[in-house]
Design a binder for this molecule. Structure first.
Ligand SMILES: [Zn+2]
Length: 432
């Protein structure tokens, strides 16, 4: 069952689900943040004022009717004025999220606008970001300042000076994806800045990237689902949800695939929120053709070539965790000669230039003969392995190691293990 169904779930259920997720993933505090939905009648459903975000229930959500009357057990959020102002300014937006997640607040208090062009994906989901000057929380004046940004520039996300962020979406999932993607984009920029310079892409590079990935793929109709295929679907769903809960994947980005028979495999769908994926969403790919009625990840061709050219690989995860991407965005070498576990599990991890994912498909696929993990600059990390759980473990080890390196940058220069220690590990753990 979907955790968030924007078509059929009542607004109170959607709000309750999403505010719970935002709280559990460390993107708001007990008292901070508020979210709302405008329904077809023009009524606005919003989180209440002064109720613990960690234990909210559907009964706590308040409805402000179109005529201004209020229904519910509590007062609406004190920030209701700016929610109302945004809904009035932008009829196509039906969901709003406001919160104070740490990386976005860092930009808000440094009075800077994040450049989302660190990856094509962040740019595509978040777009250009607006900036609203400071206003007293809860005031009509603050509402006007924010609405001005939403009206004048058509932004869907606005940094609030010395406060936080407010984002809109065409539905609650759209708003959530923009919110989470922007916060992870900011965390990546902050971490990349600790390692070196933050490299961004030009509009031309981003357009070029997008033009290379097509969802125009052939489909077959006679899919069948034997027990071993169903078991793999179930494993994939569990690992993808786990990756989202561990901060290794976000709702709008991340692809996983598992080899099923020879070069046939199962892969995540395009455009389904990763933590909302169910077994039914997973796409079966046979002879390079996808099962009917589903759109596979736009990385389908690369995954296919990796399986074809690397018989030892049976699962692949590609994603954008904030510390690995800090290396990928700053052009910093991801040196895994940190602790024995990192090197034993990952061996050396090369970086390849942006664009390699479509410029040299076969060359990239062949690199996995030698390397288990690869970083594509300003794009993503690819992790490969035999069993899906092992691949997931490599991803965790890689992101933890990258996190230690980012932290070490504030402590002192990295002192990597030497060649003698690496040779010793090579022999002791039978690494080729
Ligand atoms: Zn606030």
């Amino acid at each position: 069952m979907k955790q968030l169904d924007v078509k059929l779930m009542h607004p109170v259920e959607q709000i309750n689900m999403v505010i719970g997720r935002i709280y559990r993933t460390g993107m708001t505090t007990t008292s901070g943040g508020n979210i709302s939905i405008r329904d077809n009648n023009g009524d606005i459903w919003i989180t209440p004022s002064g109720v613990d975000k960690g234990s909210l229930t559907v009964k706590d959500i308040v409805c402000v009717k179109k005529d201004g009357s209020i229904e519910g057990l509590h007062k609406p959020s004190s920030e209701y004025p700016f929610h109302k102002a945004i809904f009035e300014a932008r009829p196509e937006l039906t969901a709003i999220i406001h919160a104070h997640p740490p990386a976005l607040v860092a930009f808000s208090i440094a009075r800077q606008i994040p450049n989302t062009s660190i990856t094509p994906h962040a740019r595509f989901i978040c777009g250009e970001i607006g900036y609203a000057p400071y206003g007293c929380p809860g005031s009509e004046e603050l509402g006007k300042k924010i609405a001005r940004e939403f009206i004048n520039n058509n932004y869907k996300a606005v940094i609030m000076e010395n406060h936080g962020v407010v984002l809109g979406g065409t539905d609650m999932m759209d708003a959530y994806q923009r919110f989470e993607t922007l916060e992870f984009c900011c965390r990546t920029i902050v971490n990349a800045g600790k390692l070196g310079k933050v490299n961004t892409l030009t509009n031309k590079q981003i357009e070029n990237y997008q033009s290379h990935f097509t969802s125009d793929i052939n489909h077959f109709t006679d899919a069948n689902y034997p027990s071993d295929e169903r078991a793999l679907r179930s494993d994939m769903v569990k690992i993808i949800h786990r990756a989202c809960n561990q901060g290794l994947m976000i709702s709008s980005f991340g692809t996983a695939s598992v080899r099923w028979n020879e070069s046939d495999f199962l892969i995540t769908p395009h455009n389904v929120s990763r933590w909302n994926i169910t077994s039914d969403d997973i796409v079966q790919v046979k002879n390079g053709v996808a099962e009917q009625g589903k759109i596979p990840s736009n990385q389908i061709l690369l995954h296919q070539r990796i399986y074809e050219l690397n018989p030892h690989i049976n699962s692949i995860i590609s994603t954008q965790p904030v510390n690995l991407m800090a290396h990928g965005v700053s052009g910093t070498k991801f040196d895994v000669r940190t602790i024995p576990e990192s090197w034993i599990f990952l061996q050396d991890v090369p970086s390849v230039p942006f664009g390699t994912a479509y410029d040299n498909l076969d060359d990239l696929a062949l690199m996995f003969n030698k390397y288990r993990v690869l970083l594509i600059e300003n794009d993503c990390v690819f992790v490969t392995g035999d069993k899906l759980l092992n691949t997931f473990d490599y991803l965790e080890v890689a992101e933890f190691s990258a996190n230690s390196l980012v932290m070490a940058a504030s402590v002192g220069p990295l002192c990597p293990m030497g060649d003698a220690e690496i040779d010793e590990l090579r022999i002791a753990f039978n690494v080729k």
